[in-house]
Design a protein around this ligand. Structure first.
Ligand SMILES: *Cc1c(COP(=O)(O)O)cnc(C)c1O
Length: 244
């Protein structure tokens, strides 16, 4: 159990961190000539407890990201209990999506950022139907360096995967997502993602969102049109390296 004093201290820490990240987003938008409301802050809370998510929701962070199904599923229930009458956050699944996890993810995620294979489309859509939920938002994850270990479909495959998503009424194609490859220049990488987004939008005008930018590179992503930044460390602190 934590004391009331610890709770207050954590709340104060998170208020400060959220303010600092929102200021970075506002500055990056101003520099790019964009409206700051065109960027959604997704707080990535993996490895952090449900109590942190509840605080974030209470201080106005409406979008929460998780990257492991088991952890996320448990947290969704815990957070709902902690929040009581307060509206739950929108849950974003941002981690590697495995086929055997699709059904579970579809039962709680409002947004999936990491769809990267055609075989997952049917599983995810069937999961949404089985859970009797309304349509969820989906981003197609693009691999900018072709390294399959980090997830994502290579640029040549994005168009077919996007088309597959639109065959299912349970899914709404929202746009494209990417993680900047390690060691690469994020500005260059996110500019490439913007080109891919442009091509997809020509085929699917509603798919106008871009999920890009994390704690270290959100400014570069916003410069290239990111609409959803996924921020963990800068809000919650350094994660235990064992848990990535
Ligand atoms: C962990 C994670 C993030 C957040 O990364 P930080 O560098 O801690 O901000 C964003 N996107 C994905 C897919 C992640 O797994």
């Amino acid at each position: 159990m934590t004391s009331r004093h610890d709770d207050e201290r954590r709340r104060a820490e998170l208020v400060t961190a959220v303010g600092a990240v929102r200021a970075r987003i506002a500055d990056a938008c101003a520099a790019a000539g964009r409206d700051q409301h065109s960027v959604t802050l997704v707080a990535v809370t993996k490895t952090y407890p449900a109590s942190d998510v509840a605080i974030l929701a209470q201080i106005g962070v409406t979008d929460i990201g998780e990257s492991r199904d088991q952890e996320a599923a448990a947290k969704v229930t815990e957070v709902a209990a902690l929040l009581g009458e307060t509206a739950p956050p929108r849950w974003h699944f941002v981690g590697r999506l495995q086929s055997r996890k699709c059904r579970s993810v579809a039962s709680y995620a409002d947004v999936v950022h990491s769809l990267d294979r055609v075989e997952l489309v049917g599983r995810l859509a069937d999961g949404v139907a089985a859970a009797q939920r309304s349509r969820i938002d989906v981003f197609v994850q693009v691999s900018l360096d072709g390294d399959p270990a980090r997830g994502g479909v290579v640029a040549d495959g994005v168009s077919d995967l996007a088309a597959a998503v639109t065959t299912r009424s349970e899914l709404r194609l929202r746009g494209v997502m990417a993680i900047a490859p390690l060691g690469a220049d994020p500005e260059h990488e996110f500019a490439r993602l913007a080109e891919i987004s442009h091509a997809i939008r020509a085929q699917h005008p509603g798919a106008d969102a871009i999920s890009a930018g994390m704690s270290d590179d959100l400014e570069a992503a916003i410069k290239s049109g990111s609409t959803h930044v996924r921020v963990g460390t800068a809000l919650l602190g350094r994660r235990d390296p064992v848990f990535g």
